[in-house]
Ligand binder design. Structure first.
Ligand SMILES: Cc1cc2nc3c(=O)[nH]c(=O)nc-3n(C[C@H](O)[C@H](O)[C@H](O)COP(=O)(O)OP(=O)(O)OC[C@H]3O[C@@H](n4cnc5c(N)ncnc54)[C@H](O)[C@@H]3O)c2cc1C
Length: 406
C-alpha cells in the first residue's frame, strides 16, 4: 500500500460538526498536557490503537502510530447501520444514474426519501440497466431493484415507464421520487405520472408536514400544494444521507415487464463539440486560472480530454479566456460531474460557482490552498508538467485502444 497520507474530507467534516453522532470518535486524543502545578501529565491509556481483532496494540517503535508531529492517515468512518427488516411502506426513488453512478441530485433525492420514510418505511431505489455504483448503502438505499435487459438501455422512456408500472403494482410505494432533471428524470417522471393518472408535484425544493413547495412561474414564484404521491424534485431538495449506512438489499420483480410499443428508435449518442456546450450544461469541465502559464498546452489538454473549457475571473480579466467561460459567483454556476481546476486558488467567489459539481480535481502548486481543500483528488505540482502528462496518458490510452481494435 502506498504510504501517501490521504486526507478524508468527510472525516474532517465530521470532526468539525459537533452535532454529528460520530463527532467524538473523530477527535484526536490528547496524550499529554500541562497540569495545574506545572507538571506534565500523560494519559497512559491513550497510547496504542485497536487492532483488527478488537484488541489494543501498542507499537513501541512508533512506526505504525506515527509521531506526534506526523499527520495520521484518516480513519475509515463506520456509520451506524439503519435497517428496516419489515417495511411498513416503501418510498420509491428512480435515480438518473448518469454515467452509471449516483449524481449529487440523486443523493439529494435519497435524502428526501429518508425524510418521507421515517423509521418504518424503506427507500426502494429502482435502477435501469448496468451500473457502476458501489455506494448505494452510504447514499441511503434500503432496497435495490435493478431492472436489466437491453430493452431498458439507451433512450427508452416508454419501456422504463412499463418497468415502473410493474414496480408500482408489486410494491405500491407511498411516494415516488424522481429528479426533475434534463438527464432523464424530468421526462420519465411526467410520462409515468400520465400513465398513473396522477398529477405530479414538479420542481419541488422543499417538503414540510404534508406539503411540498415547488418552483413555478418561470422560477420566480413558489407553489405550495398538499404532498403529492409523485414528486419530481429539484437539486438540493434535501440534505443527502450522511449519518447512517443502509442495507441496500437486492429485491426482484415477481412479474415480467410488458414490452412497450417501440414508437421511439434510439439512434445512439451524437458526438458534440465540447466547446459548443453551454457551461451550465457541461458534464466535464477543465478550468484554467492564474496558475496556467502555457495556455496553448491548456487548450491542447482540454481538447485531448474532450472537456469543456472554463476559467477563473483572473484568467478572463487577463484576456486568456472569453468572458462566457468564467466560472463563479459573477460568472456561470456549473453542475459538472467532473471539474478539473488547473492553477485556481479557490477563492470563495469561484467555489460558489462549483458548489454543485460532483467530483473536483485540483492541480496546484500550493497544497494548502482552498481549492485543494475542496477537491476530491489533488495533484500537487507545476501545471504545465501535469497537463503534458495528461495529454501523453490520453494518447497512450487511445493508441492502445486502436491497437486492440485492429
Ligand atoms: C465581486 C467579486 C466577484 C468575483 N467573482 C468571481 C467569479 O465569478 N469567478 C472567479 O473565478 N473569481 C471571481 N472573483 C475573483 C476571486 O476573488 C479571485 O480573485 C479569483 O478567483 C482568483 O483567480 P485564480 O485562482 O485563477 O488566481 P490566483 O488567486 O492568483 O491563484 C492562482 C493559483 O495558481 C497556483 N499556481 C501558480 N502557479 C502555478 C503553476 N505553475 N502550476 C500550478 N499551480 C500554480 C497558485 O498556487 C494559486 O493557488 C470575484 C471577486 C469579486 C471581488
Amino acid at each position: 500500500m502506498s504510504d501517501i497520507i490521504r486526507r478524508d474530507p468527510r472525516a474532517e467534516w465530521i470532526a468539525r460538526n459537533r452535532l454529528h453522532p460520530l463527532h467524538a470518535a473523530m477527535q484526536p486524543h490528547q496524550q499529554s498536557w500541562m497540569g495545574p502545578n506545572g507538571v506534565l501529565r500523560k494519559n497512559v491509556h491513550g497510547v496504542g490503537f485497536i487492532g483488527p481483532n478488537g484488541l489494543k496494540r501498542i507499537d513501541r517503535s512508533g512506526a505504525q502510530q506515527g509521531g506526534a508531529a506526523k499527520r495520521t492517515a484518516a480513519v475509515a468512518v463506520q456509520l451506524p447501520l439503519h435497517q428496516v427488516p419489515a417495511p411498513a411502506f416503501y418510498i420509491g426513488v428512480v435515480p438518473d444514474m448518469v454515467g452509471g453512478r449516483l449524481s449529487s441530485h440523486d443523493r439529494d433525492l435519497l435524502g428526501l426519501a429518508h425524510q418521507l420514510a421515517g423509521k418504518d418505511g424503506a427507500v426502494l431505489a429502482v435502477v435501469f440497466g448496468e451500473h457502476k455504483e458501489t455506494a448505494f448503502s452510504a447514499a441511503g438505499v434500503d432496497r435495490l431493484l435493478v431492472l436489466t435487459g437491453d430493452e431498458f438501455d439507451g433512450y427508452a422512456p416508454e419501456q422504463r415507464v412499463q418497468g415502473l408500472r410493474a414496480v408500482d403494482n408489486q410494491f405500491t410505494p407511498r411516494h415516488w421520487l424522481l429528479p426533475d432533471s434534463r438527464t432523464g428524470g424530468g421526462e420519465l417522471g411526467r410520462r409515468f405520472a400520465a400513465t398513473l393518472g396522477e398529477r405530479p408535484a414538479t420542481r419541488v425544493w422543499q417538503v414540510t408536514d404534508e406539503h411540498c413547495i415547488g418552483r413555478a412561474g418561470a422560477g420566480l414564484q413558489d407553489l405550495a400544494r398538499p404532498l403529492a404521491r409523485l414528486i419530481l424534485a429539484a437539486v438540493e431538495c434535501a440534505e443527502p444521507v450522511s449519518e447512517t449506512r443502509h442495507a441496500a438489499l437486492p429485491v426482484e420483480l415477481s412479474t415480467t415487464v410488458a414490452r412497450s410499443l417501440s414508437r421511439i428508435e434510439d439512434l445512439g449518442a451524437v458526438a458534440v463539440d465540447p466547446a459548443a456546450i453551454p457551461m451550465a450544461e457541461a458534464e466535464f469541465i477543465v478550468s484554467g486560472g492564474n496558475g496556467v502559464k502555457d495556455w496553448a498546452l491548456f487548450h491542447q489538454a482540454a481538447a485531448a480530454l474532450g472537456a469543456t473549457e472554463g476559467a477563473s475571473r483572473v484568467a478572463v480579466d487577463d484576456g486568456f479566456m472569453a468572458r462566457d467561460r468564467q466560472v463563479g459567483a459573477s460568472g456561470t454556476w456549473v453542475t459538472a460531474r467532473v471539474y478539473v481546476a488547473v492553477g485556481i486558488s479557490g477563492a470563495i467567489q469561484h467555489l460558489q460557482g462549483i458548489g454543485a459539481c460532483d467530483k473536483v480535481v485540483a492541480i496546484n502548486l500550493d497544497p494548502g490552498c482552498d481549492m485543494i481543500k475542496r477537491a476530491d483528488l489533488s495533484v500537487i505540482g507545476e501545471s504545465a508538467g501535469i497537463l503534458q502528462a495528461l495529454i501523453d496518458a490520453v494518447q497512450a490510452y487511445r493508441n492502445d485502444a486502436k491497437r486492440d481494435a485492429a
